[in-house]
Structure formats: structure tokens, C-alpha cells
Design a protein around this ligand. Structure first.
Ligand code: AMP
Length: 472
């Protein structure tokens, strides 16, 4: 990180109304957000320094319609974003109008840039960057993004780094499990902070993270934050940032808890809702296998052998099972590595990096690792254990078929998992296709299921929740 110092805080002024672009040097033109480094986030972040000069040969993009500062637009083009995704088309104009916005969108739809682009676009150094190319990054913190997991916080910071390549604005990533000192130092000259609730609160309480000049708070994947027990922390962070002018919230689902939070903290707001049926992208081929719980591991090996994923993630409920399954796959030379919260942060990042680079084909993971994994080209997601919360299914399978690519999601379902499968199908508003693997057809249903099947005139072998008419 850079230790540059700057006299005073020239950008501390309150956000005024957006100045109209006049096509020349005035107004919001020339936004260059000098990208400093993100710190505390391990590898992959921008190195310390000012904004890079804008290259001459960047492609034209359809983001021009938002009238963004030129250097921010250049960052978007350099990131390779040519056309706004639907959630971006919906959210960007509303956030630019400084409205509070609720976005319901699953991961993989470009939701991060949907809030980052307009929030960055409203910062003065971004607007002025073209005219002031040598400006250094400064504080105070203007945009705070709260994320449920370290991985997601890191992804957000990286996305911000990409977008701010040509403007003097620095992003810092704050999460637990790593040195707080580096983060404290970096916070001095940064305008954007992405972090997990616990570490952010810690920094606020110790006086290192001052939210007095905050423009906006983003609560990203808030349903997941609640699942992970961060409700009180989220409340405290919102209270600490009460002088903010804008609140943005994203969530894959808007359940009662999320609605309560919106009612309590967001006041007047706009909503950008992706239809429930698009909760899982159509490009994902979704299937399930009905399997005897004792034979799941064998079925996994067979399924993986036949699918031959180029890049696949296997989701498993417990860390213990992750260890066991990974060991078994490794014994068979199937190129598997594991990631779960028991691993030191550095090791997790290293494994993710290698997986991203395609150094091994199979990543065995718990749910904690599911959020925020922004890895391109995931071809297969296997739910070795079906999640107990339907929302987690959406997040898991959202790892594949990102931004228009194709992917496949396979789920193992045991006799006890029926209600969970039903919940998932209800949430995604779509039937998941059943597949059979030769040799793994269930021969004998459990006694209770047999009785129920008879009652409902189901052929034996099918579980009570299987809708015969539907699945045939
Ligand atoms: P997200 O849903 O925010 O996790 O984004 C999913 C992936 O899409 C990330 O790798 C982004 O870098 C990428 N992305 C975001 N917006 C666009 C866009 N407009 N065009 C192409 N890729 C994008």
C-alpha cells in the first residue's frame, strides 16, 4: 500500500447535486479515480500508486448512455464490459440519482458493478480525474460495502480496483483473520471500503474507520449476512454510518427478515427485482440424483468420472466431509483440492488462485466458500449435500453459467432431502430434472416412504415427495 500523504481532505465536501455533463471540461466530466491499492486483501490487488493513464485503444461500450465520467467509462471498457447486464441497466440510473435502491439479483449477474459503477461515478475525484491526472488517492471513506464473507469482500474490492484503474480512488478490503495494522494504515487514504461485518465493526470501534463523511452504505447479499448471524453487526454498522446519504441493498431473496431491515433502515427507496424465474439462470442445466445416503460418495466418483468437469465445485455440508471426500478423490488421482473455513486465510486464497488458473479441476467446498467466488468458466456445480436453505442452492449454482456462459448443476437427494428439493424448486420456480445413474437406482425405499408411496399409488422406489406425474 502507498503511504503517500496529502494535505487535508480536498474531497471531504458533502455530495452536492450531480452536475450536468457539458460535454467539455466542466461538470462531471473527466472522472478519473486514481486507483491505489486495496490492502489487506492478499494477492491480486492493484499495486500502490496513482491512476494509470487511459490507453487510446479501448473499445466503445454501451455504458456511455449513463453519462459517466470518461475515466470511469475507460475502466469499464478496460474491464471488458461492453454492455450493461439487466441488473446494471436497472440499478445504475437509480443509484446515480442518489436514490436508495434494493436490488434482488443472484450472484453472477453483474450485481457488484451494478452498485459500484454509479457510486464511483458520484465521487468528485472520479469526475475530475481526466482534468487532474496526477491526483493522489485520498480519504475519507465515502463508500462502505458490507459483505457476508471474506471471499465476497475480496471480489468486491477487486471489482472496484478494476473499475478505478484510471481514477485516483483507492479501495481497501477489511476482513478478519489477517493483520489489522495493514488495514488501519490503508484506511487513511481510501474512499472505498469493502469488508466483513465483524472486522468493520472492530475498526469502527477502535476509531480507525470513520464513517462521518460517508456517502453510501451497500449491504451486499444481505440474506446471507442474516443466515450467518450478522444481524446485530449489520444494525450497528448502519447506526455508525447514519450520516450517509444513500443505502443500497442486494439480496438473492427478499424474505421477512430482509423486508424488516429495509423498513427499518432504508426509508424511501426504489426496487430492481429480477423475476423469480430468473433466479437460476436458464443456461444452467439442473439435474438431481435420488441416492442412498450410504452410496453418495461412490455416486460422486462415478458422476465426476462421467461428467469430467473442466472446472467443477462440489459443495458439501461439513468440513469433516469435505476433508474425507477430497482425500478419496485425491487417492483416485482426480485433481481435487479443498476449501473451508478451517483453512488459514492465506491458504484459502492460494487454493482459489490455483483453481482460478485451472491448475486442478475440482474444488471441494463448504457453503461459506460459496459466496463471492468469482471464478470464470465454472463448468459444473455438484451439490453433494442439498442445502437446507433454498437460497443457498441459488448461490451455489450461481457459481456456474456466469454472465451468459453455460453450466451444469447436479444435486444429490436422499430420502430425507425431499422437502429441501421442493423448497428449491419453489424458489427457482422451475422443476429440476431427475437423472438415474446405472447401478445406483434406489432399489428399496425406506419403510415409511414405501407406505406413503402405496397410499399415493406411487411405484415403489420413489420417495413420497416425488411428484410422479410431474417427473415422468
Ligand atoms: P457479480 O454478479 O457481480 O459477481 O459479477 C459476475 C461476473 O461478471 C464478474 O466476473 C464481473 O466481473 C462480470 N461482469 C460484471 N458486469 C459485466 C458486464 N457488463 N459485462 C461482462 N461482464 C461483467
Amino acid at each position: 500500500m502507498s503511504d503517500k500523504h496529502h494535505g487535508g481532505h480536498p474531497h471531504r465536501s458533502q455530495r452536492g447535486p450531480r452536475k450536468p455533463r457539458d460535454g467539455g471540461g466542466g461538470g462531471r466530466g473527466g472522472g478519473r479515480r486514481g486507483g491505489g491499492p486495496s490492502s489487506g486483501g492478499g494477492k491480486g490487488f492493484k499495486s500502490a500508486g496513482r491512476a494509470e493513464p487511459v490507453p487510446a485503444d479501448l473499445p466503445e461500450t454501451k455504458f456511455a448512455e449513463f453519462d459517466l465520467a470518461p475515466n470511469l467509462e475507460a475502466g469499464i471498457a478496460a474491464a471488458g464490459y461492453i454492455e450493461p447486464s439487466p441488473i446494471q441497466a436497472g440499478m445504475i440510473p437509480l443509484v446515480l440519482e442518489e436514490k436508495n435502491v434494493v436490488g434482488r439479483a443472484q450472484t453472477g449477474t453483474g450485481k457488484t458493478a451494478a452498485f459500484l459503477i454509479p457510486l464511483l461515478g458520484l465521487l468528485e475525484p472520479v469526475e475530475d480525474a481526466a482534468e487532474d491526472p496526477d491526483a493522489s488517492p485520498t480519504g475519507p471513506v465515502r463508500i462502505l460495502i458490507v459483505a457476508p464473507t471474506r471471499e465476497l469482500a475480496i471480489q468486491i474490492a477487486k471489482e472496484s480496483d478494476k473499475l478505478t484503474r484510471f481514477v485516483p480512488v483507492r479501495t481497501v478490503c477489511c476482513y478478519g483473520g489477517t493483520s489489522i495494522d495493514d488495514q488501519v494504515k490503508a484506511l487513511r487514504d481510501c474512499m472505498v471500503v469493502a469488508g466483513t461485518p465483524g472486522r468493520l465493526l472492530d475498526l469502527i470501534r477502535r476509531g480507525h474507520l470513520d464513517l462521518g463523511s460517508l456517502d453510501a452504505i451497500v449491504l451486499d447479499e444481505v440474506d446471507r449476512m442474516y443466515d450467518l448471524g450478522f444481524r446485530d453487526d449489520v444494525d450497528r454498522i448502519l447506526a455508525a454510518g447514519k450520516s450517509r446519504q444513500q443505502t443500497i441493498l442486494t439480496s438473492a431473496t427478499l424474505n421477512d427478515d430482509v423486508e424488516n431491515l429495509i423498513a427499518k433502515h432504508m426509508g424511501e427507496h426504489e426496487r430492481v427485482i429480477m423475476e423469480a424465474k430468473s433466479l437460476t439462470v436458464d443456461a444452467i442445466d439442473q439435474t438431481f440424483y435420488f441416492v442412498d445416503p450410504r452410496r453418495k460418495q461412490d455416486l460422486l466418483i462415478e458422476v465426476l468420472k462421467s461428467l469430467k468437469p473442466a472446472k467443477g465445485i462440489v459443495f458439501v455440508r461439513t468440513r469433516f466431509s469435505v476433508d474425507r471426500i477430497t482425500y478419496q478423490l485425491q487417492q483416485r488421482g482426480m485433481g481435487a483440492e479443498l476449501i473451508h473455513s478451517g483453512l488459514p486465510q492465506r491458504k484459502r486464497e492460494r487454493i482459489l488462485e490455483l483453481f482460478r488458473e485451472g491448475k486442478f479441476p475440482l474444488l471441494i467446498a463448504t457453503d461459506v466458500a460459496a459466496r463471492g467466488l468469482d471464478i470464470d468458466d465454472i463448468t459444473h456445480v455438484v451439490n453433494f449435500d442439498i442445502p437446507n436453505h433454498a437460497e443457498d442452492y441459488v448461490h451455489r449454482v450461481g457459481r456456474t453459467a456466469r454472465m451468459g456462459k453455460e453450466g451444469a448443476a447436479v444435486t444429490f437427494v436422499t430420502i430425507d432431502d425431499g422437502p429441501y428439493l421442493t423448497q428449491v424448486e419453489k424458489l427457482i420456480n422451475k422443476e429440476i430434472r431427475q437423472e438415474m445413474y446405472p447401478g445406483f437406482e434406489l432399489e428399496k425405499p425406506e419403510p415409511a416412504a414405501k407406505k406413503e408411496a402405496k397410499k399415493q399409488k406411487r411405484p415403489p422406489g420413489l420417495p413420497p415427495w416425488a411428484n410422479v406425474a410431474r417427473r415422468r
